[in-house]
Design a protein around this ligand. Structure first.
Ligand code: GLU
Ligand code: MG
Length: 418
């Protein structure tokens, strides 16, 4: 059969889904500048393909413009169409950034960090997921048996990651039934979030070719452990020197880092709405699941919102030193989640906030997190009025669709999407 290759331009908006439009690869030169047409209300399509409400109506036109530095062109060499897409930015027709563009939200946060402290953010995302191509078995957590049972998935996935420009770091069988985890290497700024988006899609693309699914939903079984997304971060100054670590500082954190994490803890309730944005995210965030339950910072504690990660003593301590944000999951757009963390940290730097001794409990539901987001003037300022309002409308509509369903039913609905 004759085939003509296509390419897509994609974004990852409030629903955390990668969406976009495709066209013939031969049109690419002309499309690099003008992109593809996009619609404001697309941002309001929720996890369940519904648009319970929209401030934008059916009108308006935007463009989704490819970032030339963010092309994924991966051939699985199995005869299937290549995974060929660009991640890009949503703009007005005249080229100005659209206020709700998730990459722009992150770009502005990183610029604010640069402005407040003269540092650049370095980050790596760790993703947990459920692979449907294996059967659960007793005694499987972290086992060689569970590693073996996923067959060729991990190797095909690793090749795809590398071909997609995401340096693979590790792959393992996790604690939960059929649960696995991978990490890709650190990258700077927006690239770290781009990598998170691409890496998840490579996992889905690999599973798809093997006739299965990689599911990143926050939790599949209300009684089981969840799939977390852990965001590791640190800072570099203009000369590239790591500036997160001070052996004399609290938990080894430099003064700058202490203010940054204090900002995250201070804004944690509102952040939850942006980083743990599904109703079932709050099933994951319950006690005894290796997931956080409080807005707290701890040394090497996996039940903390922020974990100061271990370092191997030696000359490279400052370079290894990083903090992990654990209140995120796969329902969140990596751009929005990382931007939210950075904005909160910047506020901590600007206001010179100190780390509290004890953090309050995390919101117990998406509704409670959305109330905190709605009440947060700071979040309103970070996001801008239009994005803030649209986000609340989007997520309140999603929560309303889940109302009345049992936890197991909600888990099933989210698992079908993520
Ligand atoms: N599955 C846990 C979570 O939901 C994390 C387990 C771990 O520490 O890797 O965040
Ligand atoms: Mg893990």
């Amino acid at each position: 059969m004759n085939r003509e290759p296509l390419v897509m331009v994609c974004t990852c908006e409030m629903a955390g889904r990668v969406r976009g439009k495709g066209f013939p690869v031969r049109e690419l030169p002309g499309r690099m500048g003008k992109g593809v047409g996009w619609v404001p209300t697309n941002a309001m399509i929720n996890a369940f393909s519904a648009i319970p409400g929209t401030p934008f109506g059916t009108g308006g036109d935007l463009i989704l413009v490819p970032d030339p530095g963010c092309e994924v062109d991966v051939d699985f060499a199995d005869g299937s169409a290549k995974e060929h897409f660009f991640l890009g930015d949503i703009r007005w027709l005249d080229g100005r950034a659209w206020e709700l563009c998730p990459r722009e939200f992150l770009r502005r946060a990183l610029a604010a960090l640069q402005d407040a402290a003269g540092v650049r953010l370095v980050a790596a995302f760790e993703h947990e997921f459920t692979y449907t191509g294996v059967e659960d078995g007793p005694g499987n957590p972290y086992s060689l048996e569970a590693f073996r049972r996923q067959g060729v998935f991990a190797e095909v996935f690793t090749a795809a990651l590398r071909a997609a420009g995401c340096e693979p770091d590790s792959f393992m069988a996790e604690y939960g039934g059929r649960q696995y985890e991978f990490t890709v290497d650190v990258a700077e700024g927006i690239r770290a979030a781009d990598r998170a988006v691409v890496a998840r899609e490579m996992a889905r693309a690999t599973a798809h070719r093997l006739g299965h699914r990689a599911i990143f939903s926050p939790v599949l079984d209300p009684a089981g452990v969840g799939n977390g997304v852990h965001i590791h971060f640190s800072f570099k100054d203009a000369a590239g020197t790591p500036v997160m670590h001070d052996p004399a500082g609290r938990l080894g954190l430099s003064g700058l880092a202490q203010h940054f994490v204090a900002g995250i803890l201070h804004h944690q309730p509102a952040l939850c709405a942006l980083t743990a944005p599904a109703t079932i995210s709050y099933i994951r965030l319950r006690p005894n699941r290796w997931a956080p339950t409080h807005a707290n910072l701890e040394q090497q504690d996996r039940a903390a919102a922020l974990r100061v990660c271990p370092v191997i003593p030696g000359p490279n301590v400052a370079r290894q030193f990083n903090v992990e944000y654990r209140v995120a999951d796969g329902a969140a757009s990596p751009y929005i989640a990382l931007a939210a963390v950075v904005w909160a940290g910047v506020d901590g730097i600007r206001r010179g906030l100190a780390i509290p001794d004890e953090g309050p409990a995390l919101p117990a539901s998406l509704d409670a997190a959305l109330d905190a987001l709605e009440a947060s003037q700071a979040a309103r300022d970070w996001m801008g009025e239009s994005f803030h309002g649209a986000y609340l409308m989007h997520k309140r509509g999603e929560a309303a669709m889940m109302a009345g369903l049992t936890e197991a039913e909600q888990c099933a609905r989210y698992a079908a999407t993520y």
